[in-house]
Design a protein around this ligand. Structure first.
Ligand code: MN
Length: 327
């Protein structure tokens, strides 16, 4: 398919380049380092070759979220955003941007998002899970009350918020002890991100701010498969669990969330997501440079869905959500 738009596509700046290296054996690190540093060379050639008209770019992970010093986190976010704005300016028809945000300080994050949207023309924010705030062991999730004014800003600016994975801190990763292979994209990323998304849903955030749009990668971090059971296991036992949210969590999932195909190039998983959330809420992505554009595009272009759905997932859903015009 020509004209695809991809939106979980990363780059690195020198301050964050090493963050991505822990997930790869030595020989692959050099390759990933080169991919991360490139925007207009090999990346653009791959986009041309595999029918990707536009990438909405974001900083790699965990980057800003793993900088406990609030001032330093804000500085790195701003630097990454200014760098990205320059890249977008060179080819706005091929690249657009997501803001990196120092969520360690909700006010700083809100102001930077506003700057990125209004002054730099960014299309939303991509944040790498919880933030370490003040010290490496203090983790903050965005369902906490101090983030409500931030979410009000996101809603007012009317831009999507991509909740991207990261690994849990060691204290919260003991279930993986002795099995380090479970960390990262193999399993821990999805687990961590799904729990964060469920926290947002149950907190009542989407009752207070019903127009928020949250994007999850990797075909929804296993939530399409699990969301029904979350509600059903509560349904027949009165007051088994209480949460502030007013509706079933699946209703927020269907109303406030979008998914992308990043790193999960599997027809069976796509079918499940289409049955649970619908083709209007799924968007093509690759997860370059940590996955491969050819794997994503070759699978997606041939997977057995209707051409109407392929057009929605490959292009028109993203154009609508990111206000890119109706082509
Ligand atoms: Mn990614």
């Amino acid at each position: 398919m020509q004209g695809k738009i991809a939106l979980e596509e990363h780059f690195a700046i020198p301050e964050t380049a090493e963050d991505s290296m822990g997930y790869f054996p030595e020989p692959v690190q050099r390759e990933v380092r080169e991919r991360n540093a490139d925007i207009h060379g090999r990346r653009l050639a791959l986009m041309d070759e595999y029918g990707i008209e536009m990438m909405i770019l974001s900083l790699n992970a965990p980057a800003v979220q793993a900088i406990p010093d609030k001032a330093r986190a804000a500085e790195v976010a701003r630097k990454a955003n200014d760098f990205l704005a320059e890249q977008v300016q060179r080819r706005p028809g091929r690249f657009q941007g997501f803001a990196a945000l120092a969520m360690q300080d909700p006010d700083v994050a809100a102001r930077e998002l506003e700057r990125c949207v209004k002054e730099l023309g960014f299309r939303g924010a991509l944040v790498n899970g919880f933030s370490q705030a003040g010290d490496a062991e203090t983790v903050v999730y965005y369902d906490l009350p101090q983030y409500r004014p931030f979410w009000a800003t996101v809603e007012r600016l009317n831009v999507p918020f991509y909740l991207h994975p990261r690994n849990p801190v060691p204290r919260d990763a003991r279930i993986y002890d002795g099995h380090p292979w479970l960390l990262g994209p193999i399993w821990a990323f999805g687990q961590e991100t799904a729990v964060h998304a469920l926290r947002l849903m149950a907190s009542g955030l989407f009752d207070a701010h019903p127009r928020l749009n949250i994007i999850l990668g990797h075909m929804g971090e296993n939530l399409p498969y699990g969301i029904w059971r979350v509600d059903n296991s509560n349904a027949w036992i009165p007051n088994r669990n209480k949460w502030p949210a007013k509706k079933r969590l699946g209703e927020y999932f269907s109303s406030n969330f979008f998914l992308t195909t990043s790193g999960n190039f599997r027809t069976q998983a796509l079918m499940n997501a289409m049955l649970e959330i619908g083709a209007d809420r799924i968007m093509f992505s690759t997860d370059w440079p940590f996955e491969n554009v050819d794997h994503a595009a070759n699978w997606f272009d041939a997977c057995p869905i209707s051409e109407n759905d392929r057009f929605k997932i490959g292009r028109s859903n993203a154009r609508r959500l990111f206000k890119l015009g109706n082509e």
